[in-house]
Design a protein around this ligand. Sequence first.
Ligand code: ZN
Length: 308
Amino acid sequence: MRALKLLLCTAAVVAGLASPAFAAVKVVATTEDLAAIAREVGGDRVEVTALAKGYQDPHFVEPKPSFILAVSRADLLVVVGRELEIGWLPTLITSSRNAKIQPGAAGYLDASLNVKILEIPTGQLTRAMGDVHPQGNPHYWLDPGNGRLIAQAVRDRLTQLDAAGKAVYQQRYDDFDKRLAVAEKRWDAAMAPYKGTKLVTYHRSWPNFMERFGLQVMGYVEPKPGIPPSPSHTLELISDMKAQGVKLIVVEPYFDKKTPAAIAAQIGGTVLELAPSVGGEKTVTDYISLFDYDVKLLQGALKQITGR
Ligand SMILES: [Zn+2]
């Protein structure tokens, strides 16, 4: 008996070395944004792994063997949904052979189900060639209001899977909610002078963000989500930007800057790289710092352009 206890202790120590915390719930999130929110809510009770890095295009991620291992050990898989990960996640879920996290199981959480989704296609649903947003815009985490709703869904699901942690999850959610509310006041104040300003973005990553802060996206460098720039579309965009006096082009870190730079040169405008995700830039390590980073850069660029 003593030998068995010793053996169990040793096993626990070894396991402890492999993963520092004895977490009650192993969480895998498909993106660093969802992982950051899960850490906010779960604290020490969860061990969180993110699959896609914040500097990668989340639509197109190269699945690594380590992804299968992580998913196979997960108690909870949190996904962005709306087909954002359709190119790389379904095979990963199947290959993991983990019954707990299959779609429909308690360990599968689609974070898009209780948030505000924009650009939901109406009328006949034909998947236009190359359109990577057939179920509405999946970049919804870029509205802090949606971040709060995601945190609520994570809190409720963690409580369902780990009832002993209920009070911890509630307390941590409340704390996150309060800090987020304080931060939102700061971001709203920074963006207030620029309400209604028009800008262009490369991909349709920013509708939730821009709507939240009262900015207007008047066009895209991509002719359609997921389709690279074409000369005819670029010429049309330049003429529209000139006509409407639009000077700012927001670009995600993983896109080629050549076309945005050429457009900016034509109109005397500015190309601004923003982080669409936690981890998209070194200093962006959690959900609130993501908005701190983007709002500060955007404020600087808009100040220069508008003189406000
Ligand atoms: Zn997209």
